[in-house]
Design a protein around this ligand. Structure first.
Ligand code: SAM
Length: 273
């Protein structure tokens, strides 16, 4: 990161630029991610390239996205001795994930995520990715807790359930704010999700709709939310709950991700709107 001074780089808060440079921490993240000689890695947010370099040391290939083109000279210098890396200077949220997956085949996401984009990015990988084998991401501690929450707790929500369908989220490392530059206002944590865990559903699209329904209006009962989300009569909603063996009168937030999966399979089989 030292070369940022040489190129007169100014940090941009709007892009969530809180960089890491502690070599021990960077190596630990690469180990946490399970990156091996044959692993292809997708990184979102190259920054000054310090995590990218640590990844290049272990991975087969690293594809890294960076939105801020003013980082280009710093990144070029930082990664000049590696041949197994490609940096794309684009907004990752505008990229076509299917095209990226065609290029990478099987891959792992390893990233110190920009905080303003964390939830939509995570949702995108758990909902849309097909050849992703897992995630190892640095996120704010509060997001880490939401990723790993148990049903019925205040942290539990759509993000938790969507992730649980793909695998178990684990906080593997807490990272104090002092290790970032510039220093953020909160601490962070590294969370891994291995996509070989998780559970099957008949239709991922229907599961997405059921997750949205379960957490849509937390003050309403699941029965009422089902009626609203799927245009059901009260009798149809009650019948669904009976078939899914979910007691009447519960709120969506107490359902486990597996129960939401069961409900979504029933909605799918019965071809409800
Ligand atoms: N990987 C570096 C590190 O660990 O030091 C930088 C991490 S920093 C938390 C997040 C990086 O993501 C920043 O460099 C920021 O410019 C970049 N970024 C923010 N939004 C982005 C987007 N939509 N697409 C690609 N990169 C983005």
């Amino acid at each position: 990161m030292e070369n940022r001074l040489k190129y007169g780089f100014a940090f941009k808060k709007k892009y969530g630029q809180n960089f890491l440079s502690d070599k021990n921490l960077l190596s630990a993240i690469v180990r946490d991610a399970g990156v091996e000689r044959g692993t292809n890695v997708l990184e979102i947010g190259t920054g000054a390239g310090d995590l990218t370099r640590a990844l290049c040391e272990r991975a087969k290939f690293v594809l890294s996205y960076e939105i801020d083109k003013t980082l280009k000279p710093i990144i070029e210098e930082s990664l000049s001795s590696y041949r197994n890396v490609e940096v794309v200077f684009q907004d990752f949220s505008k990229e076509d994930l299917k095209e990226i997956e065609k290029k990478l085949g099987k891959y792992r996401v390893v990233a110190n995520l920009p905080y303003y984009l964390t939830t939509p990015l995570l949702m995108r990988f758990v909902e849309e990715s097909e050849s992703c084998e897992g995630l190892c991401v640095m996120v704010q501690e509060e997001v880490a807790e939401r990723m790993c929450a148990k049903s019925g707790t205040p942290e539990y929500g759509a993000l938790t359930s969507a992730i649980a369908r793909r695998g178990e989220a684990k906080i593997v490392r807490k990272v104090p704010r002092e290790l970032f530059f510039p220093q953020p206002q909160v601490d962070s944590a590294v969370v891994t999700v291995d996509f070989s865990g998780g559970f099957e559903v008949k239709s991922p699209a229907c599961f997405r709709a059921a997750v949205r329904c379960a957490f849509q209006n937390r003050r309403k009962t699941l029965e009422n939310n089902l009626m609203g989300s799927f245009s059901l009569t009260r009798e149809q909603a009650k019948e669904l709950l009976r078939l899914a063996e979910i007691p009447e009168g519960v709120r969506g937030e107490v359902l486990t991700p597996q129960e939401i999966g069961k409900l979504s399979d029933l909605i799918f089989i019965r071809n409800l709107p």
